[in-house]
Design a protein around this ligand. Sequence first.
Ligand code: SF4
Length: 440
Amino acid sequence: MKYHVWTIGCQMNVADSRRLGSELEKLGYQHTDQVREADVVVLNTCVVRQSAEDRATGFLWSLKPLKQRRPEAVIGLMGCMVGVKGNGHLQSAFPHVDVFLPPSDPGPLVEYLLDLEAHRLDQSELERRYRAQDGELVLPLRERGSLVSAHVPVLYGCDHVCTYCIIPYRRGRERSRSVGEIVAEVQSLADQGVKEVTLLGQIVDRYGYDVPDGPRMPDLLRQVHQVEGIERIRFLTSHPNYFDDRLIDAVAGLPKVCEHIEVPVQAGHDEVLARMKRRYTTDDYRRLIHHIRQHIPGASIATDVIVGFPGETDTHFEGTLALLDELKMDVCHVAMYSPRPGTASAKMADDVPPEEKKRRLQAVNELQERILADINRQLLGQHVEVLVEEKHKGRWKGRTRTNKLVFFEETGGDLDRRGKRVNVEITWAGPWSMLGQLGT
Ligand code: SF4
């Protein structure tokens, strides 16, 4: 019995698909890359952009002939297309889908398959196969012992309502996982060879806010820091309003926590930020970045920007370019605004023409490329710590603590460097990656 999981979207979806694979393997299924030979096919979907939704819908329709040919094959639809509020409309639109799974919840598929199997196996065999233990994550077989870096969801959902964002409507209210469950999952990953974990939440620095007097992100980082075998810890995505001094102290003071922070600004003009309902000003953001840099030496900071939001004038956009030029971020993920039905901004006039959105996107990318080339050039001749992830086209590939991509060649011998932290001297630096040689 084989399964295939198709995933699109954010790291949260990648983590959800891994957990789904783990649950299916507990049931005795094996992974296959080939959709046509799978007995269970699951699409883990994203609706943050229309293009992602279109791709998922296209793939879903392509499975109809498979279902007609093999009616016993099970097709599951998971993630943000399904959402947390019922799926009647999807059932009638896609009658060839057997099971609908909300984001981060493999439960409905597991129950469906257990029901199917109940006809074939006795209860004790089912229980033997499916023994879920709180927090434990048994990696899918193909990743066990080889996965170096894994994502661990710590907070589901989002309580904010940024006007452009569909996520709160699809992933629901904030729900923090317990510290015990998270630590158990991280420990089980470490036992299977994982060296680095990235703790995930839509607003990860709001971890624990939904639990009165509960532990917060700095407390969670301290607990995860104690897990033996884990050598690096990251977390994303942060919101500027919750990145407080306790969190800064935790990042600065815990050696395993990497000095790499993802804290999106989204726009560089206060009028646009207000219409986005981001609840901070450009000055607030500016102060935060300076504060982080002051207290976390060498911090690399990533941001997100949306260009062409409704009502964004040339002047507003110039503000975004000026802010990026001033702050010199290490990464800037830029996206063109596209309205998502059901969000508040979908009711605003989408008045920036597509060509202008493209021009703005390109302008941000060009500026950012120049900034990054300058930042990375400063690393030439320096020694950096690289956690090696895999071999890629004959070179080892890994990341610095600041999340920069480094390639290096192994000269003499053929040691397995995967999962090792090595010292690399940077010999070439481009905006998106660097080359180096093993140092001593
Ligand atoms: S903080 Fe805003 S952009 Fe991020 S998930 Fe929540 S609503 Fe969406």
